[in-house]
Design a protein around this ligand. Sequence first.
Ligand code: SD4
Length: 328
Amino acid sequence: MSTRRKFLQLSALASAGTLLASCLPQKSGFQISKNPRKPVVLSTWRFGLEANAEAWKILGNNGKALDAVEQGVRIVEDNPEERSVGYGGRPDRDGKVTLDACIMDENANIGAVASLENIKNPISVARAVMEKTPHVMLVGDGALQFALEQGFQSMNLLTPESEKEWREWLKTSTYSPVANIENHDTIGMIALDVHGNLSGACTTSGMAFKMHGRVGDSPIIGAGLFVDNEIGAATATGHGEEVIRTCGSYLVVEMMRQGRSPQEACEEAVKRIHHFIRKGGRNEKEIQIGFIALNKNGETGAFCLQKGFNYAVHDDKNNVLIDAKSLL
Ligand code: SD4
């Protein structure tokens, strides 16, 4: 081979290498600790305590974060007393309970369902979408059809309590979906397992009395949930429209990549959302957003727009509920 041809081949290889390197995620700023705190799991709101306890049965036995987050949030989906997730969730304005959920693992595999009716555990349908289809999201009738094909049981998700509330709401039918800032809402859960892998899950019935067909942030990867196994994970609760607008959970993870702590990253993201709320002329007092975040070192953080958001953290010592700090 001529020297010139060899030179050209080598330069082509070198530039392909440079191109590849420049496509890889940049880790500027993020430092991996030699002694990460693991396992650890955290989830949104007070019901995060029971969800964490369930997840810990897996994490505490050297299990996988992916299994832990799925099983953890299912506890809340199953509970009809929790009126913002799964069975017993509040319906849309047409009286239909429509569920949204997504899941993401350590290899950036993702699955999601949106506007799913009659299936109690949308998180497990989301996992089936991830593992058994070439797609990442199924919605409405198609999601239901897939769930039934997979053997999920169809049932009426509208409990008498939720129906009563909806009938009461119908008397005025005021369509102003204000996120409830009390202690019940979407469950987002993120976990780091003993193997050092991160996964996350997010599941909700969405805003009460929303328009039929409305989808929030919770089933949207990057908005309601994001996991990057080299950096960390984040999940959101609150007004989905505001979280989608800012790709909220992705933003939190990218901030951590730049070297922010999980706490600082959540604060930055809430400030960005607040800026957009003002810019758009919406009333900041009627909007709640909360983020929780976890990095690869097992450090955690949370922040919200206004007071009232709490989250539960479980490590090898405790399972505790913490009030998140707020911007307003
Ligand atoms: C949604 N983010 O559907 C969900 C609901 C929620 O506080 O978390 N509300 O927009």
